[in-house]
Design a protein around this ligand. Structure first.
Ligand SMILES: *[C@@H]1O[C@H](CO)[C@@H](O)[C@H](O)[C@H]1NC(C)=O
Ligand SMILES: *[C@@H]1O[C@H](CO)[C@@H](O)[C@H](O)[C@H]1NC(C)=O
Ligand SMILES: *[C@@H]1O[C@H](CO)[C@@H](O)[C@H](O)[C@H]1NC(C)=O
Ligand SMILES: *[C@@H]1O[C@H](CO)[C@@H](O)[C@H](O)[C@H]1NC(C)=O
Ligand SMILES: *[C@@H]1O[C@H](CO)[C@@H](O)[C@H](O)[C@H]1NC(C)=O
Length: 508
């Protein structure tokens, strides 16, 4: 036989083996789930946000009135080392899959309609990395036993009890390390034990992390399919299950020993929006001075004329909420000096608390005698009145009272970025991680304004003073005073320049 022929045969053989090991009909992926051929992991989710995936065994098992044990090795790799959303679950279902399940907090298990319905016949062990208040989650790193719904019957922070001294050791689900989960049910004791452990342990710890004393038989249908589900939200996370670790049905804990501990691949880098937009921002800064501000006056004049006409239609059609003056007055305690947050380019900003709720707001009053007041006011409401994005300051409404114009925003407790940038040596500085996060947040806001919204919105005044920090130190872009709307497909070459001297929008 010639060498070529051998080679071809070899390739065919390899192909055949690869195919047969992934299509033996045992496990069926749905949604975002896929088999990662390289290291034997099943990926329940990929980098897609707000997605969910499921993998189910296609053979049903009988669990009613019997003991059972399940073991598997899993790992979660978050996009952001500090947080991830959402979690994954090991699940028993009456069918081969859970059709209609939602992503985000629903973990690919249930949806808004069937959550907590006794007709589900679903029991799940959730490995949750997000704290959902609506389901009473204890924290953003917990294991829970769920019966027919997302509110866990019992749950505990992820960790294990050390066999030697019984002390509790934390484990972080989003550490990117592989861990093992064991699920054991004794029908005689009517007890379900769930144990989490590091993969280095050949046996799971004696004391389970969770124990539920309940007869599970009534919840099971006659035939049960087991599988996994996982979902992502606004922050990515990839959920893995080691295929070769799946083990089921044995009454004693099998010994697990790995000569080579499986390592999860890192979260795939997303090169596009971050780098490209950061580049754009850098370009902006480096182009400073290349354009003069001589257009500014002219642009103001033009916009003043243009936006004024827009107002009437706009107010009738889709204006944001119009606040009553007396509400704003009492919210800010009569625009007391004590409530003054700062003085923007076009007028003072006050902190307020809306009467009847505890909502904190920021109220910007534009001075009527300021020439730009009217322009700025109109631009802001017509531009951002309908915009909703986590990195864009939310305009809650407005108010016109006598000659005064008021804009009401979400309150940003941590103030603006310039405050942090110009701190003295003694005060705490922003870390590089925080700075990078701020850049990404603003890049995300810009991407939304430039690419995702029906019209292209050019902010034209991106500067630290207009970047606000919310309570979790997320950066939020504000002050749309100079924003300009463009229909898609406009010619950047002919656009005029506006904004603060020294800062410019990247598209120029
Ligand atoms: C993720 O999974 C979805 C299927 O739900 C697929 O359409 C998408 O292409 C996958 N994305 C990546 C990056 O693999
Ligand atoms: C919720 O899930 C159920 C059961 O799978 C399905 O019939 C229903 O259409 C889903 N509802 C929604 C709103 O997706
Ligand atoms: C779930 O449904 C049961 C009734 O079937 C109800 O008693 C219980 O309060 C519900 N739990 C939640 C968390 O909604
Ligand atoms: C374990 O986690 C809890 C809650 O997150 C924390 O309070 C505790 O200090 C942690 N313990 C150790 C040893 O890290
Ligand atoms: C569950 O754990 C308890 C100890 O907390 C143990 O006595 C019991 O045998 C365990 N049951 C199963 C089924 O592993």
């Amino acid at each position: 036989m010639s060498r070529e022929l051998l080679k071809v045969l070899q390739i065919v053989l390899v192909l055949f083996c690869t195919l047969s090991s992934y299509s033996n009909g045992k496990l069926i992926p749905e949604g975002a789930a896929a088999f990662d051929s390289s290291d034997g992991f099943i990926m329940l989710t990929n980098t897609t946000k707000h997605a969910c995936g499921q993998v189910f065994d296609n053979e049903p098992v009988k669990l009613k009135n019997s003991d059972f044990n399940f073991f598997f090795v899993f790992g979660i790799v978050p996009e952001d080392k500090q947080q991830g959303s959402h979690g994954m679950a090991f699940v028993f279902s009456p069918g081969r899959g859970l059709p209609g399940a939602s992503s985000n907090q629903y973990l690919g298990l249930f949806n808004e309609t069937n959550n907590n319905k006794t007709s589900n016949h679903v029991i799940a062990i959730e490995l949750d990395i997000h704290k959902d208040q609506e389901f009473g989650d204890i924290d953003n790193n917990h294991v829970g036993i769920n019966v027919n719904g997302l509110r866990s019957v019992v749950s505990a922070p992820a960790g294990y009890f050390d066999d030697s001294d019984g002390s509790f050791k934390n484990l972080s689900l989003i550490s990117g390390n592989v861990m093992r989960l064991s699920i054991a049910y004794s029908h005689t004791d009517k007890q379900l034990n769930v144990t989490l452990s590091p993969i280095e342990f050949p046996f799971p710890p004696q004391k389970p992390l969770l124990s539920l004393k309940q007869d599970l038989s009534p919840y099971f249908s006659d035939e049960v399919y087991w599988g996994f589900t996982a979902s992502t939200g606004s922050i990515g996370a990839i959920h893995y299950v080691l295929r070769s670790s799946l083990n089921q049905g044995v009454t004693e804990h099998p010994k697990f020993e790995y000569n080579v501990i499986p390592i999860l691949p890192p979260y795939p880098k997303k090169s596009y929006d971050a780098t490209k937009l950061i580049l754009a921002i850098c370009l902006t800064l480096s182009l400073i001075g290349a354009f003069g501000a001589s257009w500014t006056g002219y642009v103001f004049y033009l916009r003043h004329k243009k936006v004024k006409e827009v107002l009437e239609d706009w107010e009738i059609q889709y204006g944001p909420y119009r606040f009553a003056y007396k509400d704003l007055f009492s919210a800010t305690k009569g625009f007391k000096a004590k409530r003054l947050l700062g003085r923007g380019g076009f007028g003072p900003v006050y902190k307020g608390i809306l009467p009847g709720s505890d909502t904190e707001i920021a109220v910007k009053r534009t001075c009527p005698d300021s020439k730009q007041g009217m322009n700025e006011f109109l631009a802001e409401i017509s531009t951002i009145g309908r915009l909703r994005h986590p990195n864009l300051v939310r305009l809650l409404g407005y108010c016109r009272h006598k000659e005064d114009l008021y804009l009401v925003y979400d309150f940003m407790p941590n103030g603006s970025l310039d405050k942090y940038l110009h701190r003295s040596e003694t005060q705490q500085r922003l870390t590089w991680e925080q700075r990078f996060k701020i850049i990404k947040d603003i890049a995300s806001a810009l991407l939304h304004l430039h690419k995702e919204w029906v019209q292209i919105i050019i902010h034209r005044d991106i500067k630290p003073g207009n970047i606000l920090m919310d309570h979790e130190m997320n950066a939020v872009l504000g002050d749309f005073g100079l924003a300009k709307l463009q229909d898609k497909g406009f010619d950047t070459q002919t656009s005029q320049v506006a904004g603060t001297m020294g800062y410019m929008a990247p598209e120029f």
